[in-house]
Design a protein around this ligand. Structure first.
Ligand SMILES: [Zn+2]
Length: 449
């Protein structure tokens, strides 16, 4: 804990020194005003300065924004940010405030210090050709995340340990971690887990939509809103071996997207704590993709953490009219099969997202208050040490009030309103995840770097 408070103190200092830019600007303005004021009349100059001060501070609340201040003081980490395949190229440049929900300007604006950028590849056929194709796409995403820190190393650095995250953030920079969503691209070759680890991955999920070679998913192949056929009844032998390999390396096992059986079996099989990198709760929205209270308790008992996700449909069941309109939209765009979702073009994705936005405007969607309802319930069931926050930005995440990284302080504001202390909010925004990561590292038998 000492290291965390050191980080907070030094980070506050770093921010203060950055804040001096504003200070210098203010001094500069004062000098300008003094020069503008008549030189020989002190009283007039004082009155003039007073008037300027009144003008400058008019409109500001008498009390500073407590939530914004608290948000700036703590270390904040989002465990799930998806990226497009052409990330960190001129088409999707993270240094520019563009249309991605997370970019470097939005992270700084929202005081979001660190994020797990995601190597996600959709499931294809469980064949050597399918695996090879997905593996190539996974490697391209690793390269994109590395390209980001290579291009913009003055702003963001790659973090492969909890110490890295704290050290980088203490310098006043942003930290980029890597998570793998869907182990499908490694095929049946478990040595690729170490390869992905060496490429920087520090958590890996067993499945996405579709039962794969490792485990049953929560959902059917290619469909996040249809239940899985439960092909294996939980984990396969290969899935158990993959978990053992992740434990050996110090990679966090992620059960988000897994079926409840797979989740409970993975928690039991892992010798280190397990995470759910982006999930919501069945107690508040009873869909297969969400964590049951039983799974949540098992996750906590093992020392893990459930990162509650700001994902509209996971937090709140949409009205039937919205479900029907979304289905009609998918049919119109031909997005009705796993293959169609896997091979979706950037143009079709953009059209889908734009039209989905219209449906959100028409029928409403989950809010920050709904997100914190799920956090409240998770804290009640699992305890404050076993809950965190994720966005799934770039992968379908985004709710009213937290629709991109720049709006992260709104979550802190709601937590504060509900009575969470600063220490609790710091745990939720990354403290718990870093603790679990450390525990997973401590349980590992790590290879030499
Ligand atoms: Zn996901």
């Amino acid at each position: 804990m000492a290291s965390i408070s050191t980080v907070i103190a030094s980070r506050a200092a770093a921010r203060q020194s950055r804040g001096r830019g504003t200070g210098r600007f203010a001094v500069g303005l004062g000098g300008l005003l003094r020069r503008a004021a008549p030189r020989n009349d002190g009283r007039l100059a004082a009155a003039f300065a007073l008037a300027v001060c009144v003008l400058l501070f008019a409109g500001l609340p008498a009390r500073a924004d407590e939530a914004a201040d608290l948000h700036r003081r703590i270390l904040t980490l989002d465990t799930h940010v998806d990226i497009p395949e052409d990330y960190a190229t001129p088409a999707h440049d993270p240094s520019v405030r563009g249309d991605m929900q997370v970019d470097l300007p939005k992270m700084r604006e929202g005081g979001l210090d660190a994020a797990f950028f995601i190597v996600y590849v959709a499931q294809g056929p469980l064949t050597e050709e399918g695996y090879a194709d997905a593996y190539g796409k996974a490697v391209a995403k690793f390269e994109a995340i590395h390209r980001q820190s290579a291009l913009y190393g003055d702003q963001i650095e790659l973090a492969t340990s909890p110490e890295d995250v704290e050290r980088i953030v203490a310098k006043g920079k942003l930290a980029a971690c890597i998570g793998v969503e869907n182990l499908y691209p490694i095929g049946t070759d478990l040595s690729k887990i170490e390869e992905f680890y060496r490429r920087g991955a520090r958590y890996m999920s067993l499945t996405h939509a579709g039962d794969d070679q490792f485990a049953d998913s929560a959902n059917a192949l290619g469909h996040l809103d249809e239940p899985s056929p439960h092909t294996h009844g939980g984990l396969t032998d290969l899935g158990r071996a993959a978990i053992a390999e992740m434990n050996r390396l110090g990679v966090m096992v992620d059960v988000s997207h897994s079926s409840e059986q797979s989740t409970l079996q993975a928690i039991a099989a892992s010798r280190a704590p397990v995470i759910a990198s982006h999930s919501a709760l069945r107690a508040l929205n009873d869909i297969p993709r969400n964590l049951s209270d039983r799974a949540l308790k098992a996750l906590a008992a093992k020392g893990g953490v459930a990162q509650i996700v700001a994902f509209d449909n996971y937090l709140k069941m949409p009205p039937p009219e919205k479900v029907a309109a979304t289905k009609a939209l998918r049919e119109e765009l031909g997005l009705t099969s796993a293959e169609a979702w896997r091979d979706i073009t950037p143009e079709t994705r953009a059209t889908y997202m734009a039209r989905l936005k219209q449906l959100h405007a028409k029928y409403g969607r989950a809010s920050v208050s709904d997100l914190v309802d799920h956090i409240d319930h998770a804290v009640k069931v699992a305890g404050i040490d076993h809950v965190g926050i994720a966005s799934d930005f770039g992968g379908g995440g985004g709710i009213e009030g937290y629709d991109d990284a720049s709006q992260a302080p709104n979550v802190t504001r709601e937590l504060l309103k509900r009575g969470y202390s600063e220490a609790d909010i710091a745990k939720l925004w990354g403290g718990n995840l870093l603790r679990v990561w450390r525990a997973v590292e401590a349980a590992a038998d790590k290879p030499e770097q």
